[in-house]
Design a protein around this ligand. Structure first.
Ligand SMILES: C[S@@+](CC[C@H](N)C(=O)[O-])C[C@H]1O[C@@H](n2cnc3c(N)ncnc32)[C@H](O)[C@@H]1O
Length: 369
């Protein structure tokens, strides 16, 4: 499975799209807002460039990316006003894998520019938004061209399924599971941890070349509080998806071998292993590294009746489906998806009625040395 080719959030804006099912990720962005504002204010204290490069990595196709850019521009405008300085020209780069639905996000650009002009009035400095398709695990931008890099809910995706766990491996090392599980062997845990280290270090190396000294990087992604990757907070949303698949295996609707040969290219690290990679790289100083808990449905009170997801379990299932469906479709049959996510929703509902398990999100702000 080539992650570059098969991973994309559900396109467009229909019932199962990422655009309609990304409230959890929006909530995650709002949790990091204070940390982001503080970091941007800080970098602008020392120098306000004439032209400022800003990138959102893993922008996807929903409304979240442009709302983050809007928040970043608000902070820049506020700081310039406070210092009585003209606002810089903004070059905004939206990055994602090439199969992302960039057209959908471009459709919202006229409204984004209008809002900016209306809100900023005479202060409005030019803002140029463009797309940069490619993997953030390699170089994407020219050297020292960025002042602020943001990425949310994206870096838990690995560049590939860890070595030894690929779908064409000779022996299935993680039978009946699709991610780290309590019953996974040490080899599986190590393979995932190693792949994260390799990927995160490539990410830091690339960004260290692209960000100007004094520039900031604001990251948030799924992780865990515990150093143990098999705790429920780390992996139970995958465990239930594996159980839903296995229930279909037991009824002959899915081949067991298909489940055995699928492992998600995902890893939720703990704060310690993340910090270790940043220290090993040595190009960035961490200002803040905090963990937040978030409900599996984002704790959203405005239940989305248009998508028909009435129960908590169904809402979680829709959120997960919008994210992983493209990847599952490429491995399993496309026509099992409705039934799979119906079962998954029921299992999530049952599980959440008994436990208070939440996701853990890491939020990090760092400065390029
Ligand atoms: C859950 S979405 C998050 C979107 C948005 N940042 C938000 O908070 O709503 C994760 C995005 O990361 C992208 N992604 C995953 N791996 C990537 C990579 N190596 N390079 C660029 N984008 C990647 C996916 O394609 C997906 O669009």
């Amino acid at each position: 499975m080539e992650v570059m080719q098969v991973l994309h959030m559900n396109k467009g804006d229909d019932e199962n799209s990422y655009a309609k099912n990304s409230k959890v990720q929006s909530k995650i962005i709002s949790l990091g807002k204070r940390i982001n504002e503080e970091a941007i204010m800080q970098i602008l204290c020392s120098n306000i460039p004439d032209i400022m490069g800003i990138a959102d990595l893993g922008c996807s196709s929903g409304p979240n990316s442009l709302s983050v850019i809007s928040e970043i521009t608000d902070v820049i405008y506020a700081k310039c006003r406070e210092l009585g300085r003209p606002t810089p020209e903004l070059k905004v780069f939206l990055n994602d894998l090439p199969s992302n639905d960039f057209n959908f996000i471009f459709g919202s650009l006229p409204a984004f520019y209008d809002k900016l002009k209306k809100e900023k009035g005479s202060e409005f400095g030019p803002c140029f938004v463009s797309a940069t398709p490619g993997s953030f695990y390699g170089r994407l931008f020219p050297s020292r061209s960025l002042h602020c890099v943001h990425s949310s809910s994206s870096l838990h995706w690995l560049s590939q399924v860890p070595a030894g766990l690929e779908s064409n491996a000779r022996t299935a090392m993680n039978k009946g599971k699709i991610y780290i599980s309590k019953s996974s062997s040490l080899c599986v845990l190590e393979a995932y941890s190693l792949q994260f280290q390799k990927d995160f270090s490539s990410f830091l190396k690339s960004r260290s070349k692209e960000i100007v000294p004094g520039g900031c990087m604001l990251l948030s992604f799924m992780g865990r509080r515990s150093t143990d990757p098999t705790t429920d907070e780390s992996c139970y949303h995958w465990e239930l998806l594996a159980q839903a698949l296995m229930s279909m295996v037991s009824e002959g609707l899915v081949e067991e071998e298909k489940v055995d040969s699928f492992n998600a290219p995902y890893y939720g690290p703990c704060a310690e292993e993340t910090r270790l990679e940043i220290e090993k790289d040595g190009s960035f100083s961490v200002n803040r590294l905090e963990t937040f808990e978030i409900d599996w449905d984002g704790g959203v009170d405005d239940v989305d009746t248009t998508s028909g997801a009435a129960s908590r379990g169904q809402r979680v299932a829709k959120t997960i489906r919008a994210v992983v469906e493209s990847m599952l479709e490429s491995h399993f049959e496309k026509d099992i998806m409705d039934e799979l996510f119906r079962r998954y929703g029921e299992m999530v509902e049952g599980y959440l009625s008994k436990t208070g398990t939440k996701y853990t999100n890491l939020v990090i702000s760092m400065v390029r040395n």
